[in-house]
Write a protein that binds this ligand. Structure first.
Ligand code: 16G
Ligand code: MG
Length: 546
């Protein structure tokens, strides 16, 4: 063990002679920073992934991406054997490794090996991929070197969306029961299940979708998916891709995050009245829909709207099957109050989780069918083994009516269309499209399921964002002293008002969310709460405004 640790130390020193000066934290989605600060951390995460693979005896995934963040940033995130986020205990190891001095690195690794009882001499596999950032190739090389030094096989999948890499890892570790672990295998699985879900009567013209690819990896992958769908099922959906990275900059004035937070259409894309539009983020694990109405008013259909649409579709079919399988929707504090009300009124259980996919995912798997979406467009649906078994049996049960059997078949196909490992723009887009086809709806019919309360998000720069502490899934803050009382007083003044603040896990800011019955009131509430944050939490760089 000591010999391995020593050779790692020497190898690292020869590559990165400079001291460790940045302090890293494994946040909601791994390590993120300016790309030029990440070389050593990514190399070390290669080592960590190699160790994790030895420890689990399974293939581990690592993706190099900073998602919706600016092009000069990058990040690294480790994926566990079933395509889920890295186990909590290993997040702590990741932090220890990222922040160790070169001299401490060996003992940190030895300690990890001791604590977990992993056999340092065993082999393993790490599947790696990256998004389109210019720094990605360089960082991926460091990553693979780190993996190699642990004696584990590093497999380079090149450019993939984050959810595609999650899919690969799950396929490999489940002996292909989940799908074939290739990019084509991924498209085939989606295309086949999309075909299986087509309604008996197809719309007279193929639905048309305009896609904002955020100038990221999802644009090209969407084109590939469409080709496979056309080869599998014919011309049943027409997708035109914009912001594909040939001219614009990644995530700049485009992408799901821009569209959601700015509440307007992205640049670089023609948006005609009534046309269905979607926006992916830079690594294609988020999606939002939007359209312009006849008076050129912009309407956003975010993660809450997608969750509601999916939950209702599933609920209707479960009722047909008369099963006692549990269905639930998991939201975060960012969920629009109207979405929560709608689900409550529809008798679909709904619960709140902390922001960050892993928190929602953990809650969702407590249900047989757990629908989880963040308002920002990241989400999926997870199915228990029992649910899948029930659908399989129902689909073939001769005692059931044709309609009941069809409900079983559709739910089964739905479980394959959805990338259950993680939110996936491509798969979620098809999920929405197929439901809209079944309902015979366009965006405007979907949009009137409920009306969003106007809402506003703001960021406040403070000296130390960690002075803001929260409880009740971020819905209340416990520090700094007096801030929650101020928020309560401001909220009290606005009809339908709600507001909360939380430190960001990915940016050095405190985030403010506010909603109210009227647009002006939501904006006013957001600004006033932001000003209180600025005052009580040590704001810097100018008082926040709209
Ligand atoms: C990351 C999370 C996302 C969360 C966001 C919050 C994953 C894969 N992604 O992008 O779920 O909504 O962070 O960002 O977990 P914030 O902490 O900066 O508000
Ligand atoms: Mg993303």
């Amino acid at each position: 063990m000591e010999a391995v640790a020593d050779s790692l130390r020497k190898e690292e020193l020869s590559r990165f002679p400079e001291p460790v000066i940045w302090k890293f934290g494994y946040g909601t989605a791994g390590f993120r920073d300016k790309a030029d600060r990440l070389d050593r951390v990514v190399f070390r995460m290669g080592i960590l992934a190699g160790l994790r693979s030895k420890c689990t005896g399974a293939t581990i995934g690592v993706v190099v991406t900073a998602s919706h963040n600016p092009v000069e940033d990058n990040g690294v995130k480790v994926v566990d054997p079933l395509g889920e986020m890295l186990a909590r205990e290993w997040e702590i190891f990741a932090n220890q490794m990222a922040n160790a001095s070169p001299d401490e690195l060996g003992s940190v690794i030895a300690e990890i090996a001791r604590t977990t009882g992993l056999d340092i001499t065993s082999t393993g596999q790490v599947a790696c991929a990256r998004d389109t950032r210019p720094s990605g190739k360089r960082l991926l090389k460091h990553l693979l070197k780190g993996v190699e030094l642990t004696g584990v096989d590093g497999r380079d999948y090149g450019l993939l969306t984050t959810p595609q890499l999650h899919y690969m890892v799950r396929c490999i570790n489940t002996n292909e029961a989940f799908g074939v672990p290739t990019e084509d295998g991924y498209y085939q699985k989606l295309a086949m299940s999309f075909k299986d879900l087509l309604p008996k009567v197809l719309p007279s013209t193929a639905p048309r979708v305009r896609l904002d690819g955020a100038n990221g990896v999802g644009a090209d992958k969407a084109r590939k998916l469409v080709q496979v769908i056309q080869a599998t099922a014919g011309n049943i959906i027409d997708i035109e891709v914009f912001n594909d990275g040939t001219s614009g900059t990644l995530n700049e004035n485009c992408g799901a995050d821009y569209v959601k937070t700015q509440q307007k259409a992205p640049m670089g894309m023609e948006v005609n009245q009534g046309e269905r539009c979607v926006s992916f983020d830079g690594d294609a694990d988020r999606i939002v829909f939007f359209y312009m109405d006849s008076v050129q008013k912009f309407h956003l259909l975010d993660g809450d709207k997608i969750a509601t649409l999916a939950a209702v579709f599933i609920y209707e079919r479960l009722r047909m099957l008369k099963t006692d399988l549990s269905l639930g929707v998991v939201q975060t504090a960012y969920a629009n109050g109207s979405a929560t009300n709608y689900l409550n009124q529809s008798n679909i259980p709904v619960v709140c989780a902390l922001t960050g996919v892993k928190h929602l995912h953990h809650k969702a798997v407590e249900y047989d069918i757990g629908v989880y979406f963040e308002a920002n467009g990241h989400g999926t649906v997870v199915f228990s083994d029992q649910a899948l078994e029930t659908f399989t049996k129902a689909a073939e049960d001769g005692r059931l009516s044709e309609e009941e059997k069809e409900a079983g078949r559709q739910l089964l196909a739905l479980s394959r269309l959805i990338n259950q490992t993680v939110g996936d723009s491509l798969s979620d887009m098809l999920l929405v499209e197929i439901i809209l086809m079944h309902k015979g709806w366009g965006c405007s019919e979907w949009n009137v399921m409920y009306t969003d309360l106007p809402n506003r998000q703001l960021k406040v720069q403070v000296k130390d964002r960690m002075v803001v502490k929260t409880t009740d899934f971020d819905r209340k803050c416990t520090s700094p002293e007096g801030l929650q009382e101020q928020i309560d007083a401001l909220v009290f003044q606005e009809t339908g008002g709600r507001s909360f603040v939380r430190p960001s896990g990915t940016e050095d800011v405190v985030r403010v969310y506010a909603e109210a019955e009227k647009r002006a009131a939501a904006d006013k509430l957001a600004v006033e709460v932001a000003q209180q944050v600025y005052k009580l939490a040590g704001g810097i760089g100018g008082v926040p405004c709209l």
